[in-house]
Design a protein. Sequence first.
Length: 139
Amino acid sequence: MSEPVRGLVVSHATLAEGMVQSVRQISGAPEDALRAVSNEGCGPERLQASVLEALGEGPGIVFTDLPSGSCAFAARRLSVDRPDTAVVCGVNLPMLLDFVFHRELPLPELVDRLVTKGKSAITGQCREGAVHADRAASR
């Protein structure tokens, strides 16, 4: 059996830490499954070094808050030299929860699954839809 994929959430300010703590509280995932890095106070080189250190060895996915900016740039630069590393931008909580329960999947399959899960978790409604606010139906 291959090594489970590690996850790293990289974000602006404290968003990553909050998301990782939420995932651990909800799922009971072990600390080595998902970690957090903030770009706060980091220049490009320092941020990339922090991401590399936190990711460790083996297959990994770097989740970023935005598709551009320092977090995504550092993740993409790092992934060039690490063929077993993927980058997923626009992270959300449903995506991370799905990750911790399916990290044994092959990296390409896992990335496709997580992007689908993240997109499907985004729903919206206007005031007219609030009549049925107690229903968990997507619109």
